[in-house]
Design a protein around this ligand. Structure first.
Ligand code: BG6
Length: 486
């Protein structure tokens, strides 16, 4: 994109904006992707927020950029692109009039409206954009999660936005799709004959997709306690990753083909109801524990409540009922305050069909492909090879390691930067279609219903561990173990 553009951040002084969006836009600036005269219009709720904004933006850059990324001169030059404005989103009148005048200084430009605000005010925000004639074929709206609380609320949100924006102009963001290794997963699958030939129930034993976090509530107690890990992480990020692992090859790398294939996967997820939910899911909640030698509080203490049965951890077994994946378990797991921060996809291959070496040569470990999204981005393939340290015929696992942070030393991946720039250049491939949202909720809702009617408390786990024992038992029932990083 070489043309200047305007991005309007509704919720400009919010946590997401300072933590992710402003740093992402700074990085875009540093890579010459914020053409001169482009504007970052940050909406503030009041005049105090507005007057302190530029100072806060600068502090946010210092705090949230990686080491060595902040450069005073570049930050100052970037900040010249930032226009804080006071706007009461719900109040149609002078504020919106001023916004319209500001935007209409450049009528012909691409405009990205970023809704980093609670879904309850998405509707009124879009309505005011339409009322002040700020929606046209060059404008797009980026929508942040949570996209609803269940299928009905998600549908209501989508309906409301659809009154003012065409589906092709709605960019539902899932920042996991902007992570480089996620895109690499598609490159790996669809450009290498060696993987695609071995990507089905004939060769693959099971798949593990795990996102473990070490953080707790991070000041989002109200939201999180209502949502829980299933809604916060599984409905979106984990199911999206599952889709990318399980989907068929799209006809072309274009949005409509990719999304159509993902929808087919979501439709093929085996529904879980009643007792299935008990058998295939584990809910957990952390209690105080040690993380890196420091005592961290439990969930209830962080929440300052005596009771809550919100899950901060989920592990589940899912099946994709189609020809390619028949009977292959997909284990999904996510949790807060776990032992390590890590997101990875593990493709565990089957054992060889016949052993040709004597037992003396050592045990055989089946092949394993590990696609790591964070903390560092890498792809590792473990295979058996001869131990070269001895003349004897001894076998041992050896790992082919493609470590992107080593290979591309200068590369700084930033999912938000990538996705914002995709929205600017009208590339929706890595955004979520309304149908995907609906199908994902249709699978999640019955799980939540079953948990609610069961009324069982979540299993407790100590902060700084890999979750409750029941999560290990879920895999042990099938003869497997979680592959824990580190
Ligand atoms: C967000 C969740 O979508 O993803 C947070 O709402 C979570 O609870 C975050 O911490 C994790 O993102 P990342 O990129 O840090 O793994």
């Amino acid at each position: 994109m070489t043309e200047p553009f305007d991005i309007v951040i509704f919720g400009g002084a919010g946590d997401l904006s300072f933590r992710k969006l402003i740093p992402a836009l700074y990085r875009s600036y540093c890579e010459d992707k914020l053409p001169a005269s482009s504007r970052v219009i940050a909406c503030c709720r009041n005049a105090q927020e507005q007057s302190a904004y530029l100072q806060h933006a600068d502090e946010a850059l210092q705090e949230y950029l990686a080491e060595g990324e902040y450069r005073t001169e570049a930050a100052q030059a970037f900040i010249e692109h930032v226009y804080p404005v006071e706007l009461d989103i719900t109040e149609s009148g002078a504020f919106w009039q001023a916004m319209a005048e500001l935007l209409n200084e450049y009528r012909q430009r691409v405009r990205v409206y970023y809704l980093a605000i609670p879904p309850a005010i998405f509707g009124v925000c879009c309505q005011n954009l339409a009322k002040y004639e700020l929606v046209d074929e060059r404008s797009r709206v980026v929508v942040e999660k949570p996209l609803g609380y269940n299928a009905d609320t998600a549908n209501a949100i989508n309906e409301e936005i659809a009154r003012y924006f065409d589906e092709s102009a709605i960019y539902r963001i899932d920042h996991y799709l902007g992570k480089e290794t996620v895109q690499n997963l598609m490159a790996l699958r669809f450009t290498n004959v060696i993987f695609e030939q071995l990507w089905d129930a004939k060769s693959i034993d099971h798949v593990q997709i795990s996102i473990s976090e070490t953080v707790g509530l991070e000041g989002r107690a109200g939201f999180y306690n209502e949502a829980g890990a299933l809604r916060d992480m599984v409905q979106n990020h984990l199911l999206q990753l599952l889709c990318l692992v399980a989907m068929e090859s799209p006809h072309k790398m274009k949005a409509s083909s990719i999304r159509a294939e993902k929808v087919k996967v979501l439709e093929s997820l085996r529904p879980m109801r009643g007792d299935d939910v008990k058998r295939h899911t584990v809910r957990g909640q952390y209690v105080a524990g040690n993380h890196k030698g420091k005592l961290v509080p439990g969930y209830l203490e962080e929440l300052a409540e005596a009771q809550s049965n919100t899950e901060t951890f989920v592990a589940l077994r899912a099946y994709v009922d189609n020809w390619r994946w028949a009977r292959v378990p997909f284990y999904l797991r996510t949790g807060k305050r776990m032992k390590q921060r890590c997101a990875e996809i593990v493709i565990q291959y089957k054992e060889v069909s016949h052993r040709v070496y004597d037992r003396d040569a050592g045990a055989l470990a089946p092949n394993r492909l590990v696609i790591r999204l964070q903390p560092e981005e890498s792809i590792q393939l473990t295979m058996m090879a001869k131990d070269l340290d001895t003349l004897d015929m001894r076998l041992q696992p050896a790992t082919l390691n493609l470590n992107f942070s080593d290979t591309y030393k200068k590369f700084k991946s930033d999912a938000y930067k990538r996705l914002i720039l995709d929205a600017v250049s009208a590339n929706p491939s890595l955004f979520i279609h309304r149908d995907e949202v609906a199908h994902a909720w249709a699978w999640i809702d019955p799980i939540i219903d079953a948990w609610q009617s069961d009324a069982q408390d979540p299993h407790l786990y100590r902060a700084g561990t890999w979750g409750p024992e029941e999560s290990d038992e879920l895999l042990a029932e099938d003869g497997f173990k979680w592959f824990n990083a580190g």
